[in-house]
Design a protein around this ligand. Structure first.
Ligand code: AMP
Length: 111
């Protein structure tokens, strides 16, 4: 069951501020508060979804496609395509997921 009180849900409701990198009607991208690389951006769909599988199974193809295309748009905006980047998503206890709202980490700017 989705926890409406998780920190990213609060960010989406503007109850907690974030440092926005990109936003559209489907998704929000913001800088990670504890960056693990020179560039560390988190991308989240605006719909309530717990993790990758929840998003892929329970949302329509249009939303899934829009979200993944918005990741690529942010990659362009950050100018990290040429030198490269890592995309990571953690799921559940074994995946080390801390925030139970599906998110993609975009890490770049250094090896
Ligand atoms: P994960 O372990 O995959 O769930 O990652 C959660 C990420 O959210 C961590 O990298 C945190 O540093 C980051 N984080 C937690 N709270 C905030 C916040 N208020 N603003 C930005 N990033 C956050």
């Amino acid at each position: 069951m989705y926890d409406n009180e998780n920190i990213f849900a609060k960010i989406l409701r503007n109850q907690i501020p974030c440092d926005i990198v990109y936003e559209d009607e489907h998704s929000l991208f913001f800088n990670d508060i504890h960056p693990q690389a020179k560039i560390h951006v988190l991308g989240i769909p605006k719909d309530p979804c717990i993790d990758f599988s929840d998003f892929i199974i329970n949302y329509d193809e249009n939303k899934i496609s829009n979200f993944f295309k918005s990741i690529d748009l942010v990659i362009t905006k950050l100018k990290i395509r040429d030198k490269g980047y890592r995309l990571i998503t953690n799921s559940g206890i074994n995946g080390g997921q801390e925030v139970p709202h599906f998110h993609i980490h975009i890490l770049a700017g250094e090896k």
